[in-house]
Design a protein around this ligand. Structure first.
Ligand SMILES: *Cc1c(COP(=O)(O)O)cnc(C)c1O
Length: 446
C-alpha cells in the first residue's frame, strides 16, 4: 500500500514559479499578481473578501475537451462524478461540453436534473441506495443504475416492476485490485465495502437477467481516487474484460463497461495522470470487445480549476505559524487525507522573496486545522493573501459550518469575466431554520 503524501514531507516544496509553470490556467503578473485565466484574483478577494473559492470555467471546459480528445476513437461517454464539485454552474458547463453525470444520492440526482442534464445521461452509483432513491432514479429515467449487491438488485427489481418500467443495470464488480492510493480513497480491494465480489458476479448477472423489471446491460468498476499510474487501471480492466468474456460465454448479453473514475492530478509541480495513458489502458483491455465504454472522472476535470483564497490573519511563534482566515471547515482535505495542497502568495512582490519553512494553519479549535507543515513559503505578513491551489474537487462540497463559520462564497471566472455563483453564508443564515421549543423554559434566559 503506497502511503499518501504526508503534510510534512521530505520532498522539497516546488517554488512558486515552478507551481505556476505547471498550471497553464495560472500566471503571475508584476502588477496584478496571481491571475486565473484572465482575472486577477486580488480583484475577486477585494470584492468578496476572504476566504473565497474561485473556479475557472474555461479551465474546466478545456480539461473536458482534452480528455474527450484523448478518448477519441474509443466508443466512450464521459459521466462527470458530481460529488467532486456539484455546483449547478459546474454541472451546466460540463454538460455543455458533452458530459453526462454520475450521481450517488437523490440530492445529486436532483442537482444534475436541475442543471439541465437529461435523465438518460445520468448514471446512479452508490453502495446504499434507499428505496426512495431508487424510485426517484427510475422516475427520472436514469440511463443506468450501478448495482452493488444482490439485496439492491432485488430492491430495484421490485421498484421497477411497481412503476412498470425496466431499469438498465450494470453490476459493479470488485476486482480486488489495489489502486495504490490513500486508504480512505481506495475502493477496489476485496476488503472495501464497494461492489460485488468478483467470484459472485457471474451468478448474480444471470439472476439479474431472470428478474422482472431489470435488464442487465453490463458491468461497472471504480477502484479508487487520485490514481497516478496506469498499472492499477490495467490490472482492474483486465479483470473486467475477463468478466465480460465469462458472461458472454455463459450466454449473457454484455454491452456496457463503466470504467469508473479516479484519474489523479498533480498537486505539486508534476503532471497528473495523462489522459492519453488512461485511454491506452482502456484500449488495451476493451479495444476488441465491442462494448460501449463509460468513464466517471471527477477530480481530474475540476480539481486544478479551483482555488481557495485566504488572508493571513497574523503570524506567531517567531513567525513559525502563519494563521489564515480559511480553515478545515472550508477545505478539509489536508486534515482528512493528509493531502498536500500547494499554497502561493497572491501578490507578485510576495512571490519572489526568500522562503521560510512555516506551518500554515486555520483558526478552528483543532490541531488538525493545518493546511501545511514545514512548508517553504515566501515571507508573508498579516493582511497578505494566499491561494490554496487545486481545490476545485472535494473542496467546497466537503465544507462544513463547524465553529459557526458560514460557507465561503464562490466566484466563477470565465476568461476575463467573473461572477459570484454563491454568496457568503452569514451567521444568521446558519440558524435561520433552527427553533427553540416551548418546553425549553424561557426563564433561564435573562
Ligand atoms: C468518487 C467516484 C468517482 C469519481 O472519482 P474521482 O477520483 O473524483 O475521479 C467515480 N465513480 C464512482 C463510482 C465514485 O464513487
Amino acid at each position: 500500500m503506497a502511503s499518501p503524501a504526508p503534510l510534512d514531507t521530505s520532498e522539497p516544496d516546488p517554488t512558486v514559479a515552478d507551481l505556476i509553470a505547471a498550471r497553464p490556467h495560472l500566471s503571475m503578473h508584476a502588477m496584478d499578481g496571481l491571475v486565473l485565466e484572465d482575472v486577477p484574483l486580488s480583484a475577486i478577494a477585494d470584492a468578496l473578501g476572504t476566504p473565497v473559492w474561485v473556479y475557472g470555467a474555461g479551465t474546466m471546459r478545456g480539461r473536458l475537451a482534452g480528455l474527450t480528445a484523448a478518448l477519441d476513437g474509443l466508443n466512450v461517454h464521459v459521466h462527470y462524478a458530481v460529488k467532486a464539485n456539484d455546483h449547478l454552474a459546474v454541472l451546466r458547463l460540463l454538460a455543455g461540453g458533452g458530459a453526462g453525470a454520475d450521481v450517488v444520492s437523490i440530492g445529486e440526482l436532483r442537482r444534475a436534473r436541475h442543471a439541465g442534464i437529461a435523465g438518460r445521461d445520468i448514471v446512479f452509483s452508490g453502495v446504499g441506495k434507499t428505496h426512495a432513491e431508487i424510485r426517484a432514479a427510475l422516475e427520472a429515467g436514469v440511463g443506468q443504475l450501478n448495482v452493488e449487491s444482490a439485496a439492491e438488485l432485488a430492491m430495484i427489481s421490485a421498484a421497477a416492476s411497481a412503476l412498470g418500467v425496466t431499469a438498465r443495470v450494470a453490476l459493479r464488480i470488485n476486482p480486488d485490485v489495489d489502486a495504490g492510493t490513500h486508504a480512505k480513497i481506495t475502493t477496489g480491494r476485496a476488503d472495501n465495502k464497494f461492489g460485488i465480489p468478483f467470484d459472485d458476479a457471474a451468478a448474480l448477472y444471470a439472476h439479474a437477467a431472470s428478474l422482472p423489471g431489470v435488464q442487465p446491460v453490463g458491468i461497472a468498476l471504480h477502484i479508487g481516487s487520485q490514481i497516478l499510474s496506469t498499472a492499477p487501471y490495467r490490472a482492474a480492466y483486465a479483470r473486467a474484460a475477463e468478466m465480460v468474456r465469462t458472461l458472454r460465454a455463459q450466454g449473457q448479453t454484455v454491452s456496457v463497461v463503466d470504467c469508473g473514475g479516479g484519474l489523479g492530478i498533480g498537486y505539486r509541480d508534476t503532471p497528473g495522470l495523462p489522459p492519453a495513458a488512461f485511454a491506452g489502458a482502456l484500449r488495451a483491455a476493451f479495444g476488441g470487445l465491442g462494448v460501449e465504454l463509460m468513464v466517471e472522472p471527477g477530480r481530474w476535470l475540476v480539481g486544478p480549476a479551483g482555488l481557495l483564497l485566504a488572508s493571513v490573519v497574523l503570524t506567531k511563534g517567531d513567525e513559525r505559524f502563519v494563521v489564515l482566515d480559511a480553515a478545515m471547515n472550508d477545505l478539509v482535505r489536508p486534515a482528512m487525507y493528509d493531502a498536500y495542497h500547494a499554497i502561493v502568495p497572491l501578490a507578485s512582490g510576495n512571490a519572489v522573496g526568500p522562503v521560510r519553512n512555516v506551518d500554515i494553519v486555520g483558526p478552528v479549535c483543532e490541531s488538525g486545522d493545518t493546511f501545511a507543515r514545514g512548508r517553504a513559503l515566501p515571507a508573508v505578513a498579516a493582511g497578505d493573501r494566499v491561494a490554496i491551489l487545486d481545490a476545485g474537487a472535494y473542496g467546497a462540497v466537503m465544507s462544513s459550518t463547524y465553529n459557526a463559520r458560514g460557507l465561503a462564497p464562490i466566484a466563477l471566472v470565465d476568461g476575463s469575466r467573473w461572477a459570484v455563483i454563491r454568496p457568503r453564508q452569514e451567521p444568521e443564515d446558519l440558524w435561520r431554520n433552527e427553533s427553540i421549543p416551548d418546553f425549553i423554559t424561557p426563564d433561564v434566559v435573562t
